[in-house]
Design a protein around this ligand. Structure first.
Ligand code: SF4
Length: 105
């Protein structure tokens, strides 16, 4: 790691964006998702819609309305099926004391 990159810290991942440029607040692992639509039901601001194609993950219909509270992720019965893509400004950077390795939440 160079002195410059130590000062700036690691680069944050770019926000996940859809084809229209909107930030996509959640993403699905199509192999893990069982299309139970629990995440659709628990979303407090109704940004998700059941996929009209049976067996496929829900659709993110209103990405700009997301509160990023993570209820969809914590309610999902399949770990890893849905991921919350936090905004870069909301991520926290940590450093392991023992190794100096930096990581984000
Ligand atoms: S992401 Fe999880 S809660 Fe949502 S439909 Fe898939 S399996 Fe169900």
């Amino acid at each position: 790691m160079t002195a410059e990159s130590k000062r700036k810290g690691p680069r944050l991942e770019k926000a996940t964006r859809g084809s229209a440029g909107a930030i996509i607040p959640v993403s699905f692992d199509q192999d893990l998702c069982i299309a139970c639509n629990v995440c659709v039901d628990v979303c407090q601001v109704d940004i998700l819609l059941p996929n009209p194609t049976e067996g496929l993950p829900p659709l993110v219909a209103f990405p700009g309305e997301c509160w990023y509270d993570g209820t969809c992720v914590s309610s999902c019965p399949v770990p890893g099926a849905i991921t919350l893509n936090r905004l870069e400004k909301d991520r926290v950077r940590f450093m392991r004391i023992t190794t100096g390795q930096e990581f984000f939440t």
